[in-house]
Design a binder for this molecule. Sequence first.
Ligand SMILES: Cc1cc2nc3c(=O)[nH]c(=O)nc-3n(C[C@H](O)[C@H](O)[C@H](O)COP(=O)(O)O)c2cc1C
Length: 176
Amino acid sequence: MSKSDFPLKDVYGLLETGPVVLISTAWEKKESIMAQSWHTMIEFEPPIVACVISSLNYSHELLDKSGECAINIPTLEIGEKVAACGNASGREVDKFKAFSLTRGRAEKISAPLVMECHANLECKVVDRMEKYELFFLEVVKAHVDISVHDPKTLHHRGYGAFMVAGETVRLESEMR
Ligand SMILES: Cc1cc2nc3c(=O)[nH]c(=O)nc-3n(C[C@H](O)[C@H](O)[C@H](O)COP(=O)(O)O)c2cc1C
């Protein structure tokens, strides 16, 4: 196998596991939806997800003030809307309206759910690491459309390139 030097600035695209999610937030009468891909699970139960959310984003401000958000997991069917949510700011645009997305009511948080997504995770901020603009989010309620098998989730490779998840394969593994 012959390999070439690879620019360090592009390494994230190799490790990018995704799936790209839509983080929805609300504070008082303001809300936003942003595309987000730098996240990772860090605990099984209660489920805790660590997410990098830049302070340049309006969503950062809304999450900082409310302490709550929903992680909505989209699939290829709404890929263009996902990219659009990553290219516009909720400071200027009502993304639900502009991109024809449907607001759903959450049970345990005040942020809206994005109903076109096959899964919606209601989350509360349980910790922060400000240096890396990292929020630790505990999932307090999960809604999933179990009729969706092998969801075609989007996995960000950078600059408009996405891998699409496909079939599930079974291999011998004891890992939970
Ligand atoms: C595929 C994709 C992945 C992204 N991942 C992140 C991320 O992990 N963290 C982040 O802060 N911004 C990320 N962004 C950028 C935000 O989605 C973008 O800045 C958005 O316009 C912020 O919206 P807001 O100002 O309404 O919060 C991503 C954008 C795209 C298109």
